[in-house]
Design a protein around this ligand. Structure first.
Ligand code: TRP
Length: 363
């Protein structure tokens, strides 16, 4: 079950020179592999090696610029989880400097959002709390050293070529992000894998170019794997936390609110029942169906829904009802875990690090 790419995804893949990744590249099965939610890789050679040897770390980052977290985060965390089981160590950057620079969020507020909302959510979605390490950009001196070196190795013209318009907050964030991606190697050089959305690809290009070029440090190369993002409820590119009507949150707490959101979601069904029975629904643009391709584990059930909806046998209302039920079950389970991990974070059980030094003996 694979849905067609959106025009924007096609454009980004073309612009960035990325190719679709085939299921053969993945060593263990997963719904995201079968359904093409892992869309592309930058650094295919390194990726294949990492999958073969298991000698790699995973690193991704969270921008703690808002309390609300939407369902799109599920796609990222589920991806990290998949690779966590194949790799040595998982590290999550809390991008408080990026939030400060690009969203004007103070470091204190960022910390509160991270510890009350983001970290508990990541753990509640199933990352292994014993094998997942978190740190704040503002507290990690290693990334500063790398950012300094990247700045010396990069010209403003290169930045312009990669990012288009460059302003200082963008430059600082991108230099720091390269620091995030590479600092674990100050402990020990090793390939790294970064699971992210396609929009983050410019950072990866900067980072990989820098790895080839730096004369002051030695790094193994890093690769990124791109995850298709869950669309906004109105069918727009992705859910956005600043647009509550357009997003499903983690968690949703009121079944009526959730039902209403799904009811209003953009449908690929025909305008009238007669027409729908005759020509069926369009799965590629149907938001409830697209959400199901992320959440629903049961392949058989997904295929049956797809067949019936495409043929017109199943109506949009029925598809929405199923989507609501699947999501509500998901939310019930998630809410329970979220409470547990809020407390877990509050009691100081998170594995915090401050630099590569703290990784000694861990991998
Ligand atoms: N820039 C990322 C975002 O906007 C967050 C981020 C910071 C990140 N550091 C990172 C992502 C390192 C991947 C790797 O969401």
């Amino acid at each position: 079950m694979r849905l067609s790419l959106t025009p924007r995804e096609e454009k980004l893949l073309r612009e960035f020179g990325l190719e679709l990744i085939k299921p053969e590249y993945f060593p263990i099965p997963h719904k995201f592999v079968r359904r093409g939610i892992f869309i592309a890789v930058r650094g295919l050679e390194e990726f294949a090696k990492m999958m073969r040897t298991g000698e790699f770390y995973i690193l991704t980052g969270i921008m703690p610029s808002y309390k609300l977290i939407h369902l799109g985060t599920y796609a990222v965390v589920e991806s990290v989880k998949y690779f966590q089981s194949l790799s040595k160590i998982t590290i999550i950057a809390i991008a408080d400097i990026e939030s400060l620079a690009t969203r004007s969020i103070s470091l204190d507020v960022a910390r509160e959002y991270a510890e009350q909302y983001h970290i508990p959510t990541y753990l509640a979605l199933g990352l292994d709390p014993d094998r997942t390490f978190f740190y704040y950009q503002s507290e990690n001196p290693d990334i500063l050293k790398i950012a300094g070196d990247v700045s010396g190795e990069t010209t403003l013209n290169e930045m312009r070529a990669i990012y288009g318009d460059v302003d200082p907050s963008r430059i600082v964030s991108s230099l720091i992000q390269v620091g995030d991606i590479l600092f674990p190697q100050f402990y020990k050089p090793m390939n790294g894998l970064v699971p992210i959305g396609l929009d983050q690809d410019p950072h990866m290009r900067l980072c990989r170019d820098y790895v080839r070029r730096t004369r002051h440090f030695f790094f193994d190369q890093v690769a990124s794997i791109y995850i298709r993002l869950i669309p906004g409820l109105d069918g727009s590119e992705k859910m956005s936390k600043s647009d509550p009507e357009n997003s499903i949150f983690l968690p949703e707490t009121d079944p009526d609110v959730l039902r209403r959101k799904i009811w209003r979601a953009f449908s690929g069904g025909a305008p009238t029942v007669e027409e729908h029975r005759r020509r069926g629904g369009n799965l590629d643009i149907d938001v409830p169906f697209r959400i199901l391709t992320y959440i629903l584990d049961d392949d058989e059930m997904l295929r049956e829904i797809a067949d019936k909806y495409r043929s017109g046998e199943m109506l949009s209302g029925e598809l929405k009802k199923i989507t609501f039920e699947v999501l509500w079950e998901f939310m019930k389970d998630f809410r329970e875990k979220l409470e547990y991990y809020r407390d877990y974070v509050r009691r100081g059980n998170v594995r915090w690090i401050r630099s590569a030094e703290d990784l000694k003996g861990v991998y």
